[in-house]
Design a protein around this ligand. Structure first.
Ligand SMILES: [Zn+2]
Length: 328
């Protein structure tokens, strides 16, 4: 449980500030907690996985732990010392966050290299967080590889990427990789319920369900969707549900998806639900919703049986509804 902190939108106010507050990602978190406590720290990390799953948030927590002057026994940063507060406020001189989609030139990496050799003005560690690092040109990636081969003492790189396959294999091999996965609907639900309770006091169950569904296992989406719903007014149920991508708009489609994922469903039941679909749903919407739903079930499957079921459903529906090719 963590409380609202700072100001700004919900994503910012409920952003986890310690490893212990990160939602799920247990393997990654445990490994990072022990990494910050160890004497021989890895200096290059690669955080990869779906967007909205907490890579940059965790990178900032790692930067705090590496600099914190009052580190907790479990590796969590204290969040209140001068270094921690400056990192939270994004004004720490030794923690640099770059979005590679903005700065892709090799020169930026070289300029950074020149600065990296200097002792940090503040804190113990210089940390470069590089978002979307697969978007760096290959010469920029090569420059980064050179620096990470022999990084100056106290300098750390945290590379974040949604497409790690586009990163040079040599750079990937240099880094300690950590995979971030979509989180369970149960955790997304808890997050929505907890934040809504703090912010507005109460929220209807079906709104929580719909928000959970459209958030697709991404805590950031959950907070963004909740923010939108609060803005519309949680009492205005119809408008809130109507504003979401799924939910009210295609309830029959969602029922069909749910039915297919049930273990004891019969083909007859599926056909009967399929026949209930309104004729206004076009093939492309059908394809998008079904493929999206089963893909997200597959990504969040907790058992091999669940995964096989989702994979089979995905395969089947993609066969029935192939992507529409744009006309020339
Ligand atoms: Zn601290």
């Amino acid at each position: 449980m963590f409380l609202s902190q700072g100001s700004g939108d919900l994503c910012n106010r409920y952003r986890p500030r310690t490893f212990s507050n990160v939602i799920e990602q247990n393997t990654v978190i445990r490994s990072l907690q022990s990494a910050v406590l160890s004497e021989n720290k890895e200096q290059t990390y690669l955080f990869y996985g779906e967007h909205g799953t907490g890579k940059t948030t965790t990178a900032r927590i790692l930067a705090m732990s590496l600099n914190c002057s009052n580190l907790k026994d479990n590796g969590d940063p204290c969040t209140i010392c001068e270094d921690c507060s400056n990192i939270i406020k994004d004004v720490h001189p030794a923690v640099i966050e770059m979005d590679a989609s903005d700065k892709t030139s090799v020169n930026d990496i070289r300029t950074l290299k020149e600065g990296l050799g200097l002792r940090p003005l503040m804190g113990k560690a210089k940390v470069l967080i590089l978002d979307e690092c697969h978007q760096l040109s290959s010469s920029a990636q090569n420059a980064l590889l050179k620096i990470s081969e022999k990084p100056p003492k106290g300098v750390f790189f945290i590379l974040c990427s949604t497409e790690p396959k586009k990163i040079l294999p040599t750079l990937r091999a240099r880094s300690q990789g950590h995979k971030f996965t979509l989180v369970s609907n149960k955790s997304i639900r808890n997050l929505i319920q907890m934040v809504a309770t703090v912010e507005v006091g109460d929220i209807q169950e079906d709104i929580v369900d719909a928000l959970t569904e459209v958030s697709e296992g991404r805590p950031r989406n959950a907070l963004k969707n909740l923010q939108k719903a609060i803005y519309i007014g949680l009492g205005n149920r119809k408008a809130v549900l109507g504003s979401l991508d799924l939910g009210e708009r295609d309830p029959e489609l969602i029922s069909l998806c749910r039915l297919v994922m049930k273990f004891d469903v019969t083909w007859r039941e599926v056909v009967s639900q399929y026949k209930k679909l309104p004729s206004t749903i076009d093939a492309e919407t059908m394809r998008r919703v079904l493929a999206g739903w089963f893909r997200s079930c597959l990504e969040r499957a907790r058992t091999p049986i669940e995964a096989r079921r989702a994979a089979r459903a995905l395969e089947l529906f993609v066969e029935i509804f192939p992507p529409v090719k744009p006309e020339n």
